[in-house]
Design a binder for this molecule. Structure first.
Ligand code: SAM
Length: 289
């Protein structure tokens, strides 16, 4: 294997050699701290039995560690200008396949089939922060092909992901992630662990994909309610749903919403941000009838 990129001078040498400047438009911040890289791989619980999906290998820093720990790594990278770099840094990593494409247009089931005998993959990524939420939502749509998602995100996004109805950071993202997975905070990562330094702190989360959802309801209907509730989070839930909800041609009258809240013993002027996931599911089950 070529020299490990977790030595900062090696990262600088590679960046200089290939004239690479981190591209803002692709959210590029390259890791240079070996302890953090190993910490992420450890948090993901990668073993020699595992097929891994890495999003955004960049110059290959984490890919090198994943290659050592896993049976196979499929790395999806959008920036084709990194091709000569990865050819050098991953030259000895025979168990790594790079797909030069957008993760938002990637068929994860196909990767699981082709490289992991159809078994679910472990996804690991130092995510491009500008599209964290779309990537997560896309991965959850393909959750049957994933066991877990271990990701580095902006600390502020991690706070939103793990928030409950008791926290001010609570919102639609918290509910979506907690519906599909069990999130756990693994590491906090300071800006000096990257080149270039981001101007935010970062957090590594492990999201264990649930075998079945924690609540029983029509998933699409419930998330339409959640979206309407948080689109106008300053309004009462009754107001937000009366004016902002529509699903398959169904709108909601104030009377219907008020009656449903009463059935759940919730105050008529409650805001959506005060409802737990199970309360949203219960509301969805009443209103869907
Ligand atoms: N894994 C490397 C590391 O930790 O040093 C790089 C992480 S950097 C924060 C994010 C990486 O994701 C970059 O390599 C970037 O080019 C890539 N990326 C950005 N948008 C992407 C997309 N839509 N699909 C696939 N990769 C993407």
């Amino acid at each position: 294997m070529s020299a490990l990129l977790t030595a900062p001078f090696e990262t600088k040498r590679i960046l200089d050699k290939y004239g690479i400047h981190a591209k803002k438009k692709f959210g590029q911040n390259f890791l240079i701290d070996g302890r953090i890289v190993r910490g992420i791989v450890e948090a993901a619980g990668i073993t020699k039995d595992d097929g891994v999906l890495e999003i955004g290998p960049g110059i290959g820093t984490m890919t090198q560690e994943l290659s050592l720990a896993a049976r196979h790594v499929t790395a999806v990278e959008i920036d084709t200008s990194l091709e000569p770099v990865l050819a050098e840094t991953l030259d000895a990593c025979e168990n790594v396949m790079i797909l030069w494409q957008d993760i938002l247009k990637t068929d994860v089931q196909q990767i699981a089939k082709e490289y992991n005998g159809g078994r679910p993959l472990k996804c690991v990524a130092n995510l491009p922060y500008y599209i964290t939420t779309p990537i997560l939502l896309e991965l959850f749509q393909q959750k049957e092909s994933l066991q877990s998602i271990t990701i580095m995100v902006q600390k502020e996004v991690a706070d939103r992901i793990i928030a409950t109805e008791k926290d001010k950071e609570y919102g639609a993202l918290s509910l979506a992630v907690q519906y599909y997975s069990q999130p756990e905070v693994c590491l906090n990562v300071p800006p000096h662990s990257f080149i270039p330094r981001p101007n935010v702190n970062s957090t590594v989360l492990n999201l264990k994909i649930r075998d079945r959802p924690p609540v029983e309801t029509d998933e699409r209907y419930m998330f339409a309610l959640i979206r309407a509730a948080f689109n106008q989070r300053r309004k009462t839930l009754a107001n937000a749903l009366t004016h902002g909800f529509s699903y398959g041609g169904q709108n909601l009258t104030r009377d219907l919403v008020t009656a449903a809240l009463e059935e759940l013993s919730l105050p008529a002027d409650i805001r959506g941000e005060k409802l737990s996931l199970s309360q949203f599911a219960a509301l969805s089950n009443i209103l869907r009838k």
